[in-house]
Design a protein around this ligand. Structure first.
Ligand code: PLP
Length: 377
């Protein structure tokens, strides 16, 4: 009976064009992937600064693992609270301009921890309806009431704020992971001044790649910010930037932090090296911004509707099966792209999500847009 239900649900996913079966990648970097012995141009990597295969970082990480070993062996709350992790957290807090920082094994866990732990029945959470699944799950696990506002709509947010005077918390992202757009941050700052709410901003896709020195774009509105190491920072794990009181509270009450094995010390040593790579990456950030404008123009000239203001671009397709079909054909022609379908995006609004990295070239983009045009016309 149980297995029958699993089979039925999987068959239904196939019928709806929502079935997921990612190909096995034999090797790859931020620009290419090899699948079944074929090398394809990769538009699905979040390694925006192409640091994930950097010689300097790989050596640093290898040395750190040799020196410190491969495991932290326990939770931060038991014996995993190593001095090098603390040192790295302080360096991250200072670099990004926050009082404190705390590392997590993943951004997913970090969002669960922040949203399920910090806020309770006395606070009202208002979240942009396009926030990441981990943020939604965090709110569902917590005890604070939560309500969505229309994507990037400050007027809808204001309506929500008026309906719940008191301790409000606004939850949003600085660069949305699927749409590639940014909220109107100046307008959000105005609302913050007027209503005095707290703001939690997920900067997972911005840190490293956007802002002065890669410091993201939401410092003037965020009270708590989340960054992941697994995207532009070229590593794995995550960091939360926050006031020290909130850090102390998470250490005492956040189940996703208390009951998980800490990242190893070698991670913290590598994270310090990442920070100096990020600081020196102005040329890469400028190249990324150029590529984004270039590809947007190419695709728009060919009649596609493209959303996105930086290194994530979303080509609007609509029908789930059509999006899947296009991506499959692109794959056959040597391009690895990702289609975001329901429930990642709303039903009937499937997109082809393109991530750009510092290793892409104008030639890659030109050839890709020709291929998509020939398939889409
Ligand atoms: C906006 C956003 N927040 C959080 C996460 C989770 O981060 P991690 O991959 O480190 O778990 C992701 C994606 O993975 C994301 O896109």
């Amino acid at each position: 009976m149980f297995e029958k239900r699993l089979r039925q649900k999987l068959a239904l996913q196939k019928e709806k064009g929502l079935y997921r079966n990612p190909p096995v990648v034999e090797e790859g970097d931020s620009r290419t992937v090899t699948v079944d012995g074929r090398t394809l141009i990769n538009f699905a990597s979040n390694d925006y600064l192409a640091l994930g295969r950097s010689e300097t970082l790989r050596k640093k990480a290898a040395d750190a693992f040799l020196r410190y070993g491969t495991s932290s062996s326990s939770s931060r709350l038991v014996s995993g609270n190593a001095s090098v992790i603390r040192e790295a957290e302080k360096a991250y807090a200072a670099y990004f301009g926050y009082e404190e920082a705390i590392f997590f094994p993943s951004g997913y866990q970090a969002n669960l921890a922040i949203l399920s732990t910090l806020f309770g029945p006395d606070e009202s959470l208002f979240f942009d309806k396009h926030v990441h699944a981990s943020t939604v799950k965090g709110m569902q696990l917590g005890s604070a009431p939560f309500k969505g506002f229309r994507h990037n709509s400050m007027s809808h947010l204001e309506k929500r704020l008026k309906s719940a005077p008191g301790n409000s918390v606004v939850v949003t992202e600085s660069l949305f992971s699927m749409d590639g757009d940014t909220p109107p941050l100046a307008a959000l700052a105005e609302l913050k001044k007027k209503y005095g709410f707290l703001t939690v901003v997920d900067e997972a896709h911005a840190y490293g790649a956007l802002g002065t020195g890669g410091r993201g774009i939401a410092r003037n509105v965020a009270d708590v910010a989340l960054g992941t190491f697994g995207k532009a920072m070229g590593l794995f794990g995550a960091f939360v930037l926050l006031p020290s009181l909130y850090r102390e509270y998470l250490f005492n009450f956040a189940s996703p932090l208390i009951y998980t094995t800490a990242l190893p010390e070698a991670h913290a040593i590598t994270a310090l090296a990442v920070l100096s790579e990020v600081e020196q990456a102005n040329d890469k950030r400028a190249h990324l911004a150029h590529l984004s404008r270039y590809l947007t123009q190419l695709l728009t000239d060919r009649g596609f509707t493209v959303c996105g203001e930086a290194h994530i671009l979303a080509v609007q397709i609509g029908n789930e099966e059509r999006a899947h079909d296009l991506v499959t054909k692109l794959f056959e022609q040597g391009y690895f792209a990702f289609t975001a379908r329901f429930p990642t995006v709303p039903m009937g609004q499937a997109i082809i999500r393109l991530s750009l990295t510092a290793h892409h070239t104008e030639d890659d983009l030109q050839k890709f847009s020709d291929a998509l045009f020939n398939l889409g016309s």
